[in-house]
Design a protein. Sequence first.
Length: 371
Amino acid sequence: MFNLTPRPSPASDAPTLPQRVPVTVLTGFLGSGKTTLLNRLLREPDLRGTAVIINEFGAVGLDHDLVAHTDEQMVLLSNGCICCTIRGDLVGALERLAADPGAQAGTLRHVVLETTGLADPAPILHTLMGDPRVVRNWRLAGVATTVDAVNGGATLDRQPEAVKQIAVADRLFLTKTDLATPEALETLRRRLPQINPAALVSTDADEALAALRGLLDASPLNPVLDAIAANRALGFQPVPGAGHDPNRHDDHIRSYAIVRDKPLPREGFFAWLDMVARMRGDDLLRVKGLVHLDDSPERPLVIHGVQHVFHPPEWLPEWPSADRRTRIVFITRDIDPEAIEETLRIFERRRPRAPASSESPSQPPPARRQP
């Protein structure tokens, strides 16, 4: 059955925080303005209690010098890409933060993790969502990606990492819009929803700063609900492209949604999700959704995953609107949407096994604490 990562019991010698602290990942390709945005964020007067982790690719942490001086704790990871050679250092940095006396006293409220511009964000998200040493104290609040309005189109053509940074984002921030031609800006704005229609796009610097601030304190459910809302306007249909070009990295990315009017069988749904994650997990860039299970009609199930790794399922106390359909948003690479649909139709017909005598099939499992 589907393997979802619960919050582990802490080891006896491992630091444990009073409550789990949200981590916001700030990513974006080289020169897209991550540090500029982070600089503005750190100048906010009420940001006390925020720790910053800056990853560098190279021998000297130049971004550390560029970031405005603050009184907050800062951890700089140097000499390698966070998604490749020093993921262990990310775990170590978070463990050191957890052991800090201020964090132990409950004063640490957020962590902002700025990745290198060359980073594939998926392994970073895996660490934040699935490493037992991390999920004990930290939870992923969301992913913000900066996109250079001047060079973004050419970067997407040449760099697959840039496409993935956009594909996994909850928020997209277009930067340098004052330097881009109206034609280039409009072309890029049309291109981004073809990669990730669920992400909210900001083009104004103040709007981007406010959106990043909002993401710091976001509930882990907010990105899922935002994705559902964004795709409502699209009618939950695959996003049409302007024509296939095998040389464009983002032409391998598909965004679509599965919608079901009728409740899904619990056992069949989790068996299907397990099968899809196991067989095509590398190509599931982001999956978010609200699920209506037949034995829990009054409480929607929230799912949220990146490739093979999914948050523990979270039960909302009630439906957020009158719409009780199952709606699952997929952002995938080289996966036929119809194949996903067809496999779900097969599992929808699966008969449930008889429950054990000590269990009631009408009751949902206890809600696990969300990372």
